[in-house]
Design a protein around this ligand. Structure first.
Ligand code: UD1
Length: 429
């Protein structure tokens, strides 16, 4: 298994190109199941999760071609991929595939909408918590589907097709909002979703679905209205920039000090996190087609943070921010409200010398003047990159083991950091 070795102590200076968003690319790819026409996605990041979803969609009958470079060639950022689900050959998503990536469960929406039936394995738990699917079940039931659980699978059926309805989410869910928008696009009549997720990735999916002929309004607000249509067509859509990658590198610069411009992204995608970073002592300014992050001289100030659905502080940046706070000049608190078990990085940060005390869903971080390099273990996608951020300032050498987690969500991470002056190398084994 590959490892990443970091020699800490360098500041970061230069430019980093930001890739297309993983969390937008995945639902957009799944939307290709809704039409027998070709959906062309531009700016698709080269990530393990994207490759895995391509295999999963292939199982349902989705063909794909990549413009320019071949899929397996050297990582090319911003690929254009054409997806065509001319015929759905299988409406079952088996356990072996769904258990590898939770988002693949979302195929249940388009399969049910287009084929009026789907059999999709329950995703099971994962490293950051139990992550149930009750909201998907209730939401699709509201559209007239029968949803039965048999042998670890959800067997869904909507004889005669889905029918529009009003559905109020009892809790905000990004994935369930994506699925309801996709399903309702081909339902009969109007669907109104209340308490919908407002994440930019939800807006991106709605924009793409509308380009395919759907009639969706209100995406980005808590109320989304979908007027069902009988068929969707192909479209061409550019995946929006990855705001979590943007925020991760911004925190890395706040940690090491330096001056870095993050290109092909936008500060508007991440106002809450950038406000927090400013409080912590970084200068964050919008520049044409990007964001500039500077921290020269001044220290890192402690800031308290609570994770929340968009537009709040993203849970996907919680671990990275905690890494930053380990070097703050005082005590900070981070409260995780989205996932119940998302503090796996705490023990690993402690191996580098961080002082963190956990109490339920809150972490108390006492900033320390120095971290020291050590062997650490990546436990999930965002936790693993928090260890890289800490390693960038830890004295001596830090080795992050099990980096396949990083490859799921960060395109060319070592390359991007090295280009800005970091000493980072991948050790393949
Ligand atoms: C998406 C993101 C993930 C991010 C998360 C929250 C993708 C591929 N993943 O995950 O990176 O961390 O949003 O911003 O886009 N829940 C239920 N019942 C359900 C569904 C969800 O209780 O049926 C709960 C979850 O356990 C969690 C909360 O709702 O506590 C939010 O989860 P959700 O927004 O659904 O996360 P994902 O869409 O899986």
């Amino acid at each position: 298994m590959d490892r990443i070795r970091i020699r800490g102590g360098n500041t970061l200076n230069g430019t980093i190109p930001i890739s297309g968003a993983k969390n937008a690319a995945l639902p957009l790819m799944i939307a290709s199941l809704l039409t027998d026409d070709t959906l062309t996605l531009e700016n698709v990041p080269h990530l393990a999760d994207v490759e895995q979803l391509i295999r999963i969609l292939g199982n349902h009958g989705v063909d794909y071609t990549v413009s320019g470079k071949r899929l397996s060639s050297t990582p090319a950022s911003g690929r254009t991929i054409h997806f065509t689900a001319r015929t759905i050959i299988d409406t079952t998503a088996p356990y072996e595939l769904v258990s590898k990536m939770r988002a693949s469960f979302w195929v249940i929406g388009p399969l049910l909408a287009r084929m009026h039936k789907a059999k999709v394995s329950l995703p099971g738990g994962c490293a950051i918590g139990t992550r149930p699917v009750d909201l998907f079940i209730d939401g699709l039931r509201a559209l007239g589907a029968t949803m039965d659980i048999e042998g670890g699978y959800i067997v869904a059926e909507a004889k005669g097709g889905l029918v529009g309805n009003r559905y109020v989410f009892p809790k905000v869910s990004v994935g369930a909002t994506h699925v309801m928008m996709m399903a309702a696009s081909l339902a009969k009549g109007e669907t109104v979703i209340e308490n919908a997720a407002r994440e930019p990735e939800v807006v991106d999916l709605a924009t793409c679905l509308n380009a395919m002929g759907a009639k969706i309004t209100g995406a980005g607000t808590p109320t989304i209205t979908i007027e069902g249509v009988t068929a969707l067509s192909g479209a061409r859509h550019r995946v929006l920039p990855d705001r979590i990658e943007t925020g991760t590198y911004a925190m890395a610069v706040a940690m090491t000090g330096g001056d870095v411009t993050l290109e092909q992204t936008s500060a508007d995608l991440l106002s809450s996190a950038f406000n927090v970073l400013r409080e912590a002592g970084a200068e964050v300014t919008s520049v044409p087609n990007g964001v500039r992050i500077v921290r020269n001289g001044g220290g890192i100030h402690p800031v308290d943070v609570v994770t929340d659905p968009f537009p709040g502080f993203p849970t996907d940046l919680q671990a990275q921010f905690m890494a930053l706070m380990t070097r703050a000049s005082g005590v900070s608190h981070i409260t995780e409200t989205i996932f119940e078990n998302r503090f796996m990085h705490v023990q690993e940060l402690a191996r580098l010398g961080a002082k963190i005390h956990l109490s339920g869903q809150m972490a108390r971080i006492e900033g320390v003047p120095r971290l020291a390099g050590a062997q650490v273990m990546a436990t999930d996608l965002r936790a693993s990159v928090s260890l890289v951020i800490a390693g960038l300032v830890a004295e001596g050498e830090t080795t992050v083991n099990r980096v396949y987690h990083l490859d799921r969500g960060f395109e060319r991470l070592e390359e991007k950091l090295v280009a800005c002056g970091a000493e980072v190398e991948r050790i393949s084994s």
